[in-house]
Ligand binder design. Structure first.
Ligand SMILES: [Ca+2]
Ligand SMILES: [Ca+2]
Length: 182
């Protein structure tokens, strides 16, 4: 009788352990699945603005945090290499009603060499820029990342603190998983 009860306890214990283990494995695999860049890229659509595809993220984060989020989506912080594209983004942001207090990180920075701004996407130097005057001023000796803000009727560029400043941000994807034609 005691032996029979022990066997039942043994069996029930193993059923319990099996189910517990299965459950924790499923939770683990869900977590790793949602961390994959391919899956994250499908969580929101990119919009064609001018010639390129962008996604405006409305969470205020540091430049480094923004870069991380864009890259998890298989994208990068936005690169703006010509006036046409700068105008398209500026007009788009204004058409959505964003104003002077809405700041958006893009991919330009002078982290490597002070006063030499490059695009984080490919390391190329900025050949085009639209600074708001008197930027870039490297205020406090510690402004190495670029964001857009509305000044003098257009969105223009300002250098700001990469790991203290928190702003919205714009990711750019060359081949987005889902696209909204604007
Ligand atoms: Ca700087
Ligand atoms: Ca500045």
């Amino acid at each position: 009788m005691i032996a029979q009860r022990s066997i039942w306890i043994f069996i029930l214990y193993h059923i319990f352990v099996t189910f517990s283990t299965t459950e924790s494995k499923e939770v683990l695999s869900d977590a790793s699945y949602s961390n994959s860049p391919e899956i994250c890229g499908r969580f929101g659509s990119y919009t064609k603005i001018g010639n390129n595809y962008y996604k405006i993220h409305l969470a205020k984060v540091t430049w480094f945090h923004a870069l991380h989020v864009c890259r998890r989506e298989g994208a990068d912080l936005a690169t703006i290499t010509e006036e046409y594209q700068m105008n398209a983004i500026s007009n788009h942001l204004m058409s959505l009603g964003y104003g002077e207090s809405d700041w958006f990180w893009i991919g330009a920075n002078d982290l490597a060499t002070e006063k030499t701004f490059e695009w984080v996407h490919n390391g190329e130097k900025m050949s085009f820029s639209r600074w708001s005057r008197p930027q870039p001023d490297n205020a406090g000796g510690n402004e190495d990342c670029v964001h857009l803000w509305l000044r003098e009727g257009q969105f223009k560029m300002n250098d700001w603190n990469c790991d203290q400043g928190k702003a919205y941000f714009i990711c750019e994807a060359p081949e987005p998983a889902t696209v909204t034609i604007w």
